[in-house]
Design a protein around this ligand. Structure first.
Ligand code: NAD
Length: 346
């Protein structure tokens, strides 16, 4: 299969592209190479005639159309996005541009290309559970048909992109599918996100800044499980449908950070206990209290469920960051020093 990926140098995109390549597919990866991109994550595939990376902006219609014409994809996996809630609070414009206009551009190009070609075709939109907004303690996990209630500029821009995908399916008959996944963790995640931020700061002996009381609850899914869910939905999902994807492992952020501290204690006993480095900082504005998804549909229809148990996945992830210090230390020198983001709202 010829897979046109967007954002294949990002955290999720890298795992999906790697999986599709390991399964024998051809992958063309269009990526703008923003601050969040890690082209080296797919270094092992650079010499392969089944993998190509094109530096390009998904908002650039001419570029995107030329990529479709040249590569002639059988499917699109759209994972390019601006993805940080905190950065979206600092400045929403780029989020609307990439997540909304970029998705529009991809849909239009996909529609034009699809009109010309015969045979099966798929447009897979990678989305997030954050579009459904915040849950209370006893609320059941959101279902696919739950109403949208995004609370951050990031979530609103993703919700808007989801609506475009649905509309292009309904209006033009574009064969679309969408996945809504919970928080993912694993190798190659940019160290501004909770898990790698805590590992990298802990490894450097720095304070571990936790928003508010740290009681916000998230569901956690290993990135390899996320990628496999995308593949299963791409290949076997029903056209026009959306699927929730989750790890069935809900925890308050403070518990996740404590688990990271325990892992760091094992690797770096000289600095134990790392938990003493946890410091509570002013909460994020409009911080959603809890996300959780009901994954009955993807299990009953497609028999997908996560394989990687959280503690095992976290332990491997901590190992990976400790063994790949040069990668994230260079990021911390040149792209992100670990500073607090998302405070401009006040
Ligand atoms: P990321 O920030 O790690 O990577 C985004 C990638 O997109 C980068 O390689 C970047 O260079 C590229 N990109 C950004 N703007 C672009 C543009 N205009 N044109 C081309 N490429 C561009 O993000 P991520 O965490 O990998 O998230 C990818 C997708 O997965 C997002 O849509 C996000 O909503 C979704 N998702 C992520 C998670 C998670 O926990 N990370 C969970 C659920 C859903």
């Amino acid at each position: 299969m010829r897979v046109l990926m967007t954002g294949g140098c990002g955290f999720i995109g890298t795992a999906i592209a790697d999986l599709m390549l390991r399964r024998g597919n051809q992958v063309l990866n269009i990526d703008k190479l923003t601050y969040a991109a890690n082209p080296s994550a797919l270094q092992g595939w650079m010499g392969s005639d089944r993998y190509r990376i094109v530096k390009g902006d998904i908002c650039d219609m001419a570029k995107v159309l030329s990529v479709f014409e040249e590569f002639q994809p059988d499917c699109v996996i759209h994972a390019a996005a601006e993805s940080s809630v905190d950065r979206s609070i600092d400045g929403a414009a780029q989020f609307l541009q990439t997540n909304f206009v970029g998705t529009y551009t991809m849909l239009e190009a996909a529609r034009h290309w699809w009109a010309k070609r015969k045979g099966t075709y798929r447009f897979h939109h990678v989305s997030t559970d954050e579009v459904f907004g915040s849950l209370g303690p006893g609320d059941p996990g959101v279902r696919e048909q739950t109403s949208y209630a995004p609370n951050s500029p990031y979530a609103a821009s993703k919700a808007a992109s989801d609506h475009l995908v649905r509309a292009w399916g309904q209006t033009y008959g574009l064969p679309v599918v969408t996945t809504h996944s919970t928080n993912s963790y694993g190798p190659w995640q940019f160290p501004e996100k909770l898990v790698p931020l805590m590992i990298t700061k802990g490894a450097e002996g720095e304070a571990l800044p936790l928003y508010g009381a740290g009681d916000n609850v998230r569901d956690w899914l290993h990135v390899a499980d996320h990628a496999e869910a995308v593949r299963v939905v791409l290949e076997h999902g029903n056209t026009g449908e959306t699927y929730n994807v989750g790890g069935s492992f809900e925890q308050p952020n403070v518990e996740i950070v404590r688990m990271i501290c325990n892992e760091l204690d094992e690797h770096m006993p000289e600095n134990a206990p790392h938990e003493r480095m946890i410091c509570h900082v002013e909460d994020r504005v409009a911080h959603d209290w809890r996300y959780a998804v009901d994954t009955t549909k993807i299990w009953s229809d497609l028999r997908w469920r996560p394989e990687i148990e959280f503690r095992r996945g976290l332990s491997r992830t901590v190992d990976w960051y400790l063994q790949n210090r040069p990668w994230w230390q260079e990021i911390r020198r040149k792209r992100y020093r670990g500073e607090r983001l998302g405070r401009k709202a006040a």
